[in-house]
Structures are given as C-alpha cells and as structure tokens.
Design a protein around this ligand. Structure first.
Ligand code: UFG
Length: 339
C-alpha cells in the first residue's frame, strides 16, 4: 500500500514498532510525539532499522496549532493514533490529565483531520474497555464498562470517533482493542523501556533479569487457574504493529470501519511467563508469592477471530519469541547504559 500516514505517539513503545511495520508495508510516515514517555534516541534507532530518515514533529496533541501545522506541512492520507497516557494506577490519581490528553487530544486531532479533509483513522484502544467478565475468550460484542479512568478515556475515545463518524459518512475508523503487548523488535534497538518501577509483568521480569530489581512479586497463586497465577493474553508487539497495518490497509483499500480485538486467543499464566523468560535469559529468575493485587482478574483473554476474518490478520509469534526479544533488547540496553 502507499500513502502518507500521520503516526501520533510514534516514538513510544507500540508506536515505534508500528512505525517499522508501516514503513516495511510501503507507507510514508510522519511522527508526531511530545516525548513525554519516549526516549530521545528512538528516531535515530528507527533510522537504523529502516535505513531511511525519520520525519518528526515534536509536539503535543493538546497543541491545536501544532497539530494543524502537521496537516499543512504534509499531505496526510490517514492517521494512526497512539499518543496518550497509559498507566492505569496513575489515571486514578490524575484523572483530569488523563481525560485531557486522551480525549481532548483526540478531539483536537479529529478536528484537524476534518479541516484538512482526512477521514481515515486507526485508533489505539484497549481490552480494558470490556466490562468484567468470566466468559472467555472475549468477543468484540461483549458488554463494555470501565474500572479506571484510563479505561474510561479509551471507551470515550471509541465513542468520540463513532459519534463523529455518524455526522459525516466520509469517516472510516479502525478501532483496535488490544490485550497485553509484550516483547520487542528483532533488532533489539527498540522496546519497552519504563523509566520507573514497572507495573506490568513483562517489563518487571525484564528488570529482574538484568538485575535492576531483586525479584518478581507474584500477585497471588490461589486463583482458579491451572497453576493458581493470573492468566493473560500476551501478544508480541510486532504482531500488534502488523495488526495496525492490516487495519489501515483495509481502510486505504476502501473497506468499512471496524472494531476488532488484537489478541492471540490464548492465555498464559505468570508462571508460564517466568519460565519462558528464564529460558530466554539462561537462568532461573527469583520470585516470591505475595497477596493478590487489588482489582486483578484471574483470567483475561480475547477472541481474535473477527480480526482474522475481516483483516486477514493472525499472530506469527509465541510467548518464547516475546521473552527472547524482550531479553535481547533489555540486556543490550542495560549494557549500553553501563558502558
Ligand atoms: N503480575 C504479577 N506481578 C507483577 C505484575 C503483574 O504477578 O509485578 C501479574 C498480575 O497479577 C496479572 C498479570 O501479571 O495476573 C498481568 O499483569 P499486568 O499488570 O502486566 O497486566 P494487566 O492484565 O493487569 O493490565 C493490562 C494492561 C492495562 C489494562 C489491563 C486490562 O496493562 O493497561 O490489562 O485490560 F488496563
């Protein structure tokens, strides 16, 4: 496919991997990022991976003039929108900032798109928009709900887009609800790199593996799951990135708006993840079992059959690939810092 894509949040974890997948698919890409949660050297690394210069606008989605300027400077054909705040715990502490960035930022973007005559958008949503359920795998038709301000902003984002689309039939959207992204690009040049103590499982294990944290705390081993630890639908970040390309390809080819899950349809436990990561880094990683984390579900995984049928998208990588690429990335990153 060809065309010029505005990629907001393109220096972040999922955004940077999606940049690589979009370039490989033949798109021109313009990144807009404020680097609030991205390292400054990500564009240089993207240049090494793709062998081509990166076009970057360093700006915030809340800056309406800066967003409009991007559409004046480039003939944009479609937008893939990642730029957002994403920490569930933090969203409970500063809800208004989350609503401002994730919802007002989206509205700014949609207005700038409309004013520039651009009507195709792929939106980064989350499986967190599903109401709590014990009915797995979760299809797109499952009841929606929210248990955090972060989840609320993703649910509102979906509704803002569909509401705008109802007013003008030129709009086409791909809303992608993803499960638990993990892993890194094969080059080990980009990956997840949290600056604080991670909340999520894989980046936490990665920091244990490189010795930056002493041991993994397993939040409960008395859940009704095969080994008692929580089960999630971990998906390789490059599979996720390729899902965005498939969604965009469909819109660019004149396809209809869609809402799809991007998950594997398989659940892995905390112990599965720890065992796979231990194989990847070549040693048994230390852990202790602690009480359950408030708000955690025993099990959560998606039904990816709609994405397969509609977009021809399927995952190509497994848990060992996620752990191996994460280890390759984090061990190299950690050596680079030390040296
Ligand atoms: N876990 C641990 N120890 C840790 C971190 C996590 O045992 O240090 C366990 C959790 O209890 C859970 C599993 O690992 O069983 C996965 O936890 P994560 O925090 O990695 O992921 P969650 O499924 O809890 O959260 C993810 C996203 C959120 C999203 C949520 C609901 O990170 O953004 O799914 O969709 F809101």
């Amino acid at each position: 496919m060809s065309g010029t894509i505005l990629l907001t949040g393109g220096a972040g974890y999922i955004g940077s991997h999606t940049y690589v997948a979009l370039k490989r698919a033949g798109y021109e890409v313009v990144i807009l990022d404020n680097f609030a949660n991205a390292r400054d050297d990500v564009p240089d690394r993207l240049e090494v991976i793709t062998g081509a210069p990166v076009t970057l606008h360093r700006a915030d989605v809340l800056d309406k003039a800066a967003v409009a300027e991007v559409f004046r400077a480039h003939k944009i054909d479609a937008v893939v929108h990642f730029a957002a705040k994403k920490a569930v715990g933090e969203s409970q502490k500063i809800p208004l900032e989350y609503i401002e960035t994730n919802c007002t930022g989206l509205v700014n973007l949609l207005m700038a798109m409309r004013d520039a005559g651009v009507f195709k958008i792929v939106f980064s949503s989350s499986a967190t928009v599903y109401a709590e359920t014990e009915d797995w795998p979760i299809p797109e038709s499952a009841p929606l709900g929210y248990a955090s301000t972060y989840a609320l902003t993703k649910l509102m984002g979906e509704q803002i887009i569909t509401q705008a689309a109802g007013s003008d039939d030129r709009w086409r959207h791909g809303i992608l609800r993803y499960f638990n992204p993990a892993g890194a690009h094969d080059s080990a040049l980009i990956g997840e790199d949290p600056q604080d103590i991670p909340n999520n499982l894989m980046p936490y294990i990665a920091k244990v593996a490189v010795g930056e944290l002493p041991e993994l705390n397993i939040f409960g081993n008395d859940y009704p799951t095969p080994d008692g630890t929580g089960v999630r639908d971990y998906i390789h970040v490059m599979d996720l990135a390729e899902g965005h390309v498939k969604s965009l390809d469909a819109l660019m080819a004149g396809g209809d708006s869609h809402i799809v899950n991007l998950g594997t349809g398989k659940g892995y436990s905390v112990m599965d993840m720890l065992a796979s990561y231990s194989r990847a880094c070549g040693r048994d990683l230390p852990y202790k079992v602690t009480p359950r984390r408030a708000g955690d579900l025993a099990c959560y995984y998606g039904d990816p059959s709609k994405a397969r049928a509609l977009l021809g998208w399927e995952v190509a990588r497994d848990l060992d690939d996620m752990c191996q690429t994460s280890w390759n990335w984090i061990s190299r990153r950690s050596n680079m810092r030390a040296g």
